[in-house]
Each structure stands twice: as C-alpha cells, then as structure tokens.
Design a protein around this ligand. Structure first.
Ligand SMILES: C[S@@+](CC[C@H](N)C(=O)[O-])C[C@H]1O[C@@H](n2cnc3c(N)ncnc32)[C@H](O)[C@@H]1O
Length: 468
C-alpha cells in the first residue's frame, strides 16, 4: 500500500509568530506552523507532522508577500542559519519578541504581566557579536545557478556557517553582518591562502581533511583573538598558515591554535596552543575588566550585555550589607559587576574553567568579597551550602535555556531571599520556573532586552519579591 499523500493547504494567511520564532496560520481554526514567513504572507504549504490541534508544514510557495516585508541585507539570507528575521523591520522584530515574552509568561507561567516594560532595543543591529566560529567543509552548499562540479573539485570547499539543519554542509560566507568587518577580512584571507596552497578542508562524515574551524573574538577595546583549529598535526602546513595570518594581520593580539583529532568540534577538552601575542584578550564593562581566554564564556553582544546587567542591578536594588548569590555565574561577570555594591557575592557554575576565570576576574579588579564554587547547581545549592555561606538577601540567576532543576527551586525556597532577579534567554522555561515560586513570590517588574537582532531570541529579566 502506498503512503497517503500529506494534504496541501493553499492560500493560507500567516497571522502571527509563535514560540521559537515559528510563524502560524489558521485553517478552519486548525493551527499550522510555517517557517521562513511572516504575518501578512499568503502561502501554500504541505502539512508534515500533524496532530489533533496543530500541524508542522513545509513551505511550497509564497503567493503574496506581506506588506511588512523588507529586503534582507545579507546575500546569504535564507540558506544561513543566522539572522532569520531580516525580512522583518526592526520595530516588528521588537514587537514579536515582546509578545513572545508576554505570551509565555501568561500562558505557561499564569502570571499577571501588566507591569511589563517595553523591550530595550539594541543600539546596533548589525556587527554586534564579539565572537564567531566559522567552519571549513569539503562540501559547501551549491546555489541553484552554479554549474555541476566534480566531487573532488576544490571549488566545492567552503568556509562559513552551517546550512540550517545540516551538520555537513557549509555556506561559503563572503560577508557576514554579525561581527566587525575585520572578521570578514581574516576569514576571507585564510580561505584564499589555504585554497591557493592546497590545504584540505574537513569532511565531517569521513573525518578527513586538515582545516576544521576558526574562532574570532573582537572586543570593544579592539583586541582580536584568532584560534585556528586543525584536524591533524602537520607542522609544516600549520606554521606556514599561522605565519601568514600573523604577518597579514598584525592587529591580532592573541593568535592561537588547537589540534582537534576528535570527531566533535568542541575545543573545551583540547589544549589551546599560543602562537603569537597573549593567550587572552580583555573586555571592559562599566570600568571593570574581564579576561577572556579561548575557552571562556562571555556574553556575545557586549553593548546589550551592559543594558542587561544595568537593569539586573537596578532590579536587585542591592544594599551594602547584603549577601547576594549569583547562580549560573559563568565567568563571574554579574558577580564581579555587583561586588562593590554589597557585603558578599557567592557565585556557582558547573564549568570549573569558568569558575577559575571568575576568580581571576575578581583579582584583576581588586575584588575581595566574592567566592566561587564549581559544580552542578542541583547538587551544590543545598541547605548545608546555604547555611555555610549565609542566607542570601537576593538571588540573581541566569540559567541556560533549559531553566532550573526542581532541586534548585527547592533550595531557593529554603534560602527564601527577599528578592529574586531571574535573567533568562528562554521566557518559556523562565515562566515555568517562576510559576513554581508563585506561592511565595510576587512579580515586581519585567524587562525584555533584545540582545540578538534579526533572530527570534530574546533575553528577559523578571524581578520577584517575597510576599510578607
Ligand atoms: C546563560 S549562561 C550565564 C552566564 C553568566 N551569568 C553571564 O552573564 O556571563 C548560563 C551558565 O550556566 C551554566 N550551567 C549550565 N548548567 C548548569 C548547571 N546544571 N549547574 C551550574 N551551572 C550550569 C553554564 O555553563 C553557563 O555558564
């Protein structure tokens, strides 16, 4: 028996954008999720995964474009996994991000969001990232107008970003609008040099090839870190390329490399070797210096991070005699940022190297009232820990997208701080977590912040106060 053909829905009007930036249309009240379109578009789609209440779909054709659409500025738009909202004017992006926060907090958290503030827009909507990672691949994505090529052709090699949803296909990026233009120059020159000199690009299926990744970090100070990741140890080729980069770009202040022979791209368990300059760069936030090495986590949009932290501090309303816990502290950025306003800060984070950086950042800024602990939050933050470190007056938390574990909720309840400031990059899990505290805490303020223009991502800060 042949498989039943999935239904096609014609002339569907896209009316809204739901969670994770996926657009929706309604056909006889049945919700259909459609990717790559915006409200006002009229489309034909084929239903894919269907359930009683809704269906995913595959876009067949945009029949009529929304009057809100604008021309995307990037030539790689559509294929590339980044900046997917370029066809939406920035004010509309902000509108849908704000709406996403309201929807999640009310629908999932059951919260009253009358007090929500308008989202803080980004002052720079292009070239706002301080870190990018590019990938080499021996099979790049071929555009429709390109000629057929022999499978061994060097023309097939590419350096750039993954095609949406494809781990082994790379879009050969000529210009990316995410990081300052020096990043484009460095990437393009490395491509030119390695192609001309016959360096093999990596094949992530067969795990063959020499050139794997490049990580570029550029700080507001203008310091530049470049880390080249090779798949193998070929000293001659490595030195030739590293010398070329050093000569061509004397402005690079930290030039390093990694030889990663593993199957996955992560460098966190790999040795990073210094080739030229220092093994770190510095970033500054409101007069505080932060040391960043090749493996350090640092928020990727420095300017908006400042807005995020300033608002977090305002909401925490920190008093000089208070003990503050900074949960999920990363490299201790928030902890160090607030340290001079309170008696003591306790930071907890699962990555031991990040905790080492957090301590270094305290030393660098002559901060002596912080203490940092490495470990899984659900194991570390317990009654003994809280008794040992002192009950916090305020807890600031900035967890990963998955939100917080039930044990952590219970520990927060035990600690029962007067205030909680919850910073999140996922309003859905934030809403769920806050609802689990709503018998003890009231929402005082809500502040969305746009840290990633042209994407659906949004940061959201919620301040909570303990009920008397
Ligand atoms: C969104 S980042 C916040 C970083 C930091 N607040 C900042 O602004 O730079 C979340 C952090 O939580 C850490 N993390 C993830 N899961 C964790 C867990 N189970 N226990 C402790 N920390 C965790 C991650 O390593 C990451 O550094």
């Amino acid at each position: 028996m042949g498989r039943r053909k999935k239904p096609i829905i014609r002339d569907l009007e896209i009316t809204d954008i739901a969670a994770e930036g996926v657009s929706i249309g309604r056909h006889d009240n049945y919700v259909i999720f459609v990717r790559g379109v915006i409200p006002g578009d009229i489309v034909d789609v084929q239903l894919t995964r269907t359930s009683k209440a809704y269906s995913e779909s595959r876009l067949l054709e945009i029949k009529e474009y929304s009057k809100d659409r604008i021309e995307p500025f990037c030539s790689h738009f559509n294929r590339c996994g980044g900046c997917k909202w370029q066809m939406l004017p920035y004010e509309k992006q902000l509108f849908y991000k704000q709406k996403q926060v309201v929807d999640q907090l009310t629908r999932i958290g059951g919260l009253d969001v009358n007090s929500i503030n308008n989202i803080i827009p980004a002052s720079e909507t292009e070239f706002y990232r301080n870190k990018l990672e590019y990938t080499f691949a021996n099979r790049r994505w071929l555009e429709e107008n390109e000629p057929e090529m022999d499978k061994d052709s060097r023309e097939l090699e590419g350096l750039g970003f993954h095609v949406q949803g494809m781990f082994d296909r790379i879009i050969d990026i000529n210009k990316c609008y995410l990081q300052k233009d020096t990043s484009n120059e460095i990437r393009n020159k490395i491509r030119e040099f390695t192609k001309a000199d016959g360096y093999n690009y990596y094949n992530s299926r067969s795990h063959e090839g020499f050139m794997r990744n490049i990580i570029i970090r550029i700080t507001e100070f203008g310091e530049i870190m470049v880390v080249v990741i090779f798949a193998d140890d070929n000293e001659e080729l490595r030195i030739k390329l590293m010398d070329y980069i050093a000569e061509e770009f004397p402005q690079i202040t930290s030039l390093q490399y990694v030889i990663n022979k593993k199957f996955n791209d992560s460098i966190y368990d790999q040795e990073v070797v210094l080739y030229k300059g220092k093994d770190h760069i510095f970033e500054e936030l409101d007069g505080l210096k932060f040391k960043i090495n090749a493996k350090s986590f640092f928020q990727t949009n420095t300017k908006q991070t400042l807005n995020l932290y300033r608002k977090t501090v305002e909401y925490a309303n920190i008093q000089p005699d208070e003990i503050i816990y900074d949960l999920y502290t990363g490299t201790g950025t928030i902890a160090n940022y607030i340290a001079n306003k309170c008696k003591k800060v306790v930071g907890i984070e699962s990555v031991p190297e990040a905790i080492e950086d957090a301590k270094v950042n305290s030393e660098l800024n002559n901060i002596t009232n912080t203490s940092f602990y490495a470990g899984d939050m659900k194991d570390i933050l317990n009654e003994d820990f809280i008794k040992g470190n002192g009950k916090p007056d305020t807890i600031i938390l900035d967890p990963p997208r998955a939100g917080i574990h039930e044990n952590v909720i219970n520990a927060i309840r035990f600690a029962s701080p007067h205030k909680i400031v919850y910073v999140s990059c996922n309003p859905a899990t934030q809403a769920r977590d806050i609802s689990m505290l709503s018998d003890m805490y009231d929402v005082l303020d809500i502040q969305p912040v746009d840290t990633f223009p042209h994407t659906h991502h949004v940061e959201n800060i919620v301040s909570l106060v303990k009920r008397d």
